[in-house]
Design a protein around this ligand. Structure first.
Ligand SMILES: *Cc1c(COP(=O)(O)O)cnc(C)c1O
Length: 373
């Protein structure tokens, strides 16, 4: 046996360069010390829960917990293909769309490559870039919106992937279809454009396109559209999302993913949820009311709410200190919103649309906090 060289004797295993520079993702908080039943408005979850059919399917799936799931997710992919008129071979499922974001980064970028997203783009894009060893690059936004010109100006010969959340979290703003197409048209064909449509089901804007149309068109070999069951479908606990993209990209995902990356209860619940149009319509209507309430109340209080089309609003206070005070007042009342420090927005709080009474409490607490100052 050869002895290890003296200089390596007391060393610990070293992770790849850059891994320890990653700030681990922190999910929305769900507990407040001293509060028995706080209201969680920090993770854009569906306040109405999930489809009763999805819940029943998940419970029924417990009969088969000893069995491996279908690693190809064939039934769900076929149902998705039917529902959206897509080629089933161009669909892949993930353990949340977050897993697909990560797989795409690792599959298409590495050290020396750049991954581009907008200034307040979803935090997962930065994490995915760093996990892949690639360099995250951001393009400045204009009034909390993705700026297509700034994005295109930030492209370099090293750019491998562009991530766009449409609409974006946490800003809630969206790119109209024409702008999305202008972004795509301005990218080199060897750059992968990932259009993350986590909130697409909430939208009713005539100028909005969900990315599937663009991705479906012939000759579009560099567009991937992401969707999730975590938001309007109310299945965040299950961790299931999917994507539609070019066959070659789907092939890469299938090579990079774990063999059973989506579990059987999640597949069963998602399949049932897909068929429950009533629950979706109810969730969408509930959300529209909540958004309208938040927007009207924010205006009344003189707090800036970005014009969100998601299931949340971004509230901007006069400064970071007032924002902190507002957060403390909300917490004291048992209401958990999401602080935006990780996005470089210390003057903002993101409020997910909750049940009517909870939305009202948020605005009541903010009103009395702001008037007492
Ligand atoms: C919530 C969210 C997701 C979905 O994440 P899952 O991993 O599917 O739960 C993806 N993108 C954005 C922009 C989101 O806000």
């Amino acid at each position: 046996m050869t002895k290890p060289a003296a200089e390596t004797m007391n060393r610990a295993p070293e992770p790849r360069a850059g891994i320890e520079a990653i700030t681990p993702y922190k999910g929305g908080e769900s507990a407040i010390e001293g509060q028995a039943a706080p209201v969680k408005l920090s993770s854009n979850e569906n306040p109405l829960g999930c489809s009763p059919a999805a819940r029943a399917a998940l419970i029924e799936s417990a009969e088969r917990l000893a069995l491996y799931p279908d690693g190809a997710a064939a039934e769900l992919r076929e149902a998705l293909a039917r529902a959206h008129a897509l080629d089933v071979e161009r669909i892949a499922c993930g353990s949340g769309s977050d897993e697909l974001i990560q797989i795409l980064a690792r599959g298409y970028a590495g050290p020396g490559d750049e991954i581009l997203f907008s200034q307040y783009g979803f935090l997962s894009y930065r994490l995915a870039a760093m996990q892949a060893g690639a360099t995250p690059v951001t393009a400045p936004e204009r009034e909390y919106r993705t700026d297509v010109d700034a994005m295109l100006a930030a492209v370099t010969p090293r750019t491998k992937i562009v991530y766009v959340a449409n609409p974006n979290n946490p800003t809630g703003s969206y790119l109209p279809g024409a702008e999305l197409r202008r972004l795509h048209a301005g990218l080199r064909p060897d750059i992968l454009l990932v259009i993350d449509c986590a909130y697409t089901e909430y939208l009713d804007k005539p100028d909005y396109e969900d990315g599937l149309a663009l991705a479906r068109e012939d000759g579009q070999d560099n567009i991937v559209t992401l969707r999730t069951f975590s938001k309007i479908y109310g299945l965040a606990a299950c961790r299931i999302g999917w994507c539609f993209g070019p066959a070659r990209v789907i092939g890469v995902i299938n090579r990079m993913r774990g063999p059973f990356n989506v579990n059987a209860p999640a597949l069963a619940a998602a399949h049932a949820a897909l068929g429950d149009a009533d629950f979706l319509a109810q969730s969408k209507a509930h959300n529209a009311e909540g958004l309208a309430f938040f927007n009207a109340e924010a205006e009344r209080l003189g707090v800036l709410a970005t014009p969100s089309v998601g299931n949340f609003v971004l509230l901007r206070f006069a400064d970071a200190q007032i924002c902190q005070g507002a957060d403390a007042a909300l917490r004291a009342a048992g209401l958990i919103l999401r602080g935006m420090q990780p996005y470089g927005l210390p003057d903002c709080l993101r409020a997910s649309v909750g049940l009517e009474a909870d939305n009202k409490r948020v605005m009541d607490v903010l009103a009395s906090f702001l008037s007492a100052r």
